[in-house]
Design a protein around this ligand. Structure first.
Ligand code: EPU
Length: 420
């Protein structure tokens, strides 16, 4: 079993180059199977989630190769199945994007029901299904497999999402892109990775307008071609390293970022006492004084990202007062609290909220990553703590952070991966 061993208490100084956005690429890879030609995708973070997704495509007969560092080629010309039900699909949540992609390409889809999740419970997909049905699909679940057919063909439609959903927006956008007529998605997610997916599809010949606003218009086209495309920088990875510098102190510059995508995170870090300077494609965070208590409310983009909420909680465990973190997206995403408490943090978890009473220092402890961002929060707390911490279950962290150990060591962190 692999674990991270962190000897904390040292400020961080230096530069880190940020990888491509994991949540963009896990939507763009299934989108690539819609092309009648080869898609070359660059700036791909080769994290385990991405490698699993490529493996799923290979199981289906798609050529899905890493042809150079950070470069993936996908050629789905030999894809003749609308069925993805292997064990890998059951384990990997984002494989449900194949539902939308298969519906678009073949007018039918059978994909394993996505598993639950460590913080979101059952994680419903009713809004994805609502969208597919609006386009003409009949959708039902049989033996743990979601089946969608379009016996009367598919047709563009108006879809109003009852709540903002990233996955629902992605899936229905994929389903609509090769569906005749106009599809209008209302109350759509506005995350940068939604825009990235729309840009990628448009490079392939799709006609998608309005991505980045809450109304997305998709004019169905009859075919899509291959293209070369570069994934946007990962704003959550960037925010995580900035949060590490805010917690441990020092001065860290993240490079290859889009500062605009980081706005809400930077505002929260500033409120917590960090000094921020930014350029076109970099952000520098310095923190020398005390961490200030800050209230944060996670909500869909452009709000503060839920995927940064645990990392900010780690920072605020050391604040000079009481902070309240509210998560309106995932109301039970606070499992990290009990692990940080082992380090001396004081966190009271309430429905939708964590109330954090800052302490003057944390002590190293043994912790177990319970999901991707919770694991990142534990790494941050361990970097700021006195003494040695051991973090197990790090496969969660490796799902979404490319070369996290090397990147942190580059800014002076004493962290190593120990394999047993
Ligand atoms: N929801 C429904 N019905 C649906 C879909 C969603 O009620 O049909 C609810 C969810 O239960 C949740 C809220 O809507 O309360 C938002 O869910 P959303 O669909 O936006 O989340 P997701 O697509 O499953 C993606 C990211 C998550 C990130 C969320 C929110 C990917 C692969 N995953 O999940 O990322 O937390 O959006 O921004 O893009 C992470 O990277 O650590 C991560 C968990």
């Amino acid at each position: 079993m692999d674990k991270y061993v962190v000897r904390g208490g040292k400020p961080l100084f230096g530069d880190i180059t940020i990888s491509g956005a994991k949540n963009a690429v896990v939507a763009i890879i299934p989108a690539a199977i819609l092309a009648e030609g080869v898609c070359r995708i660059e700036n791909v973070p080769l994290v385990s989630d991405v490698l699993t997704e490529l493996e799923i495509l290979r199981e289906l007969g798609v050529r899905a190769d890493v042809v150079a560092p950070g470069v993936v080629e996908i050629d789905a010309s030999r894809l003749h199945t609308h069925r993805a039900v292997s064990e890998l699909n059951q384990k990997f949540r984002a494989s449900y994007y194949l539902l939308g992609a298969f519906l678009s390409k073949f007018g039918k889809a059978e994909v394993s029901m996505p598993g639950g999740c460590n913080f979101g419970g059952a994680r419903p997909i009713d809004q994805h299904i609502k969208g597919f049905e609006a386009l003409g699909a009949e959708v039902f679940v049989e033996d743990g497999i979601i089946k969608a057919y379009t016996p009367n063909g598919k047709q563009g439609a108006h879809v109003y999402f009852d709540g903002v959903t990233v996955g629902g927006t992605v899936n229905v956008m994929l389903a609509a892109v090769l569906t005749p007529g106009l599809t209008v998605l209302e109350n759509a997610a506005r995350e940068p990775h939604i825009v990235d997916l729309a840009n990628f599809l448009n490079y392939m010949g799709a006609e998608i307008m309005g991505a980045g606003t809450d109304i997305i218009r998709i004019k169905g086209v009859s075919k899509l071609h291959g293209c070369t495309y570069s994934i946007i920088p990962d704003q959550i990875e960037a925010g995580t390293f900035l949060a590490a510098a805010a917690a441990a102190g020092g001065s860290v510059t993240v490079r290859n970022v889009t500062p605009k995508h980081l706005e809400a995170t930077l505002k929260a870090l500033q409120d917590a006492g960090a000094l921020i300077t930014e350029g076109d494609d970099y952000v520098t965070l310095s923190r020398a004084g005390r961490i200030l208590p800050t209230n944060i409310k996670a909500s869909p983009y452009p709000g503060f990202p839920t995927d940064m909420q645990p990392q900010l909680a780690a920072v605020l465990t050391l604040a000079d007062g009481v902070s309240v973190i509210t998560d309106d997206v995932w109301d039970t995403r606070f499992k990290y609290a009990e692990h940080l408490e082992r380090m001396g943090a004081q966190i009271s978890v309430q429905p939708r909220q964590a109330v954090i009473t800052g302490v003057s220092s944390l002590q190293g402890a043994e912790m177990s990553a319970c999901d991707l961002r919770a694991g990142a929060a534990m790494v941050i707390a361990a970097l700021a703590a006195r003494g040695e911490s051991v973090i197990t279950n790090i496969h969660y962290v490796e799902r979404g952070y490319e070369n996290i150990i090397q990147k942190l060591r580059q800014v002076g962190a004493d962290i190593e991966l120990v394999s047993e």
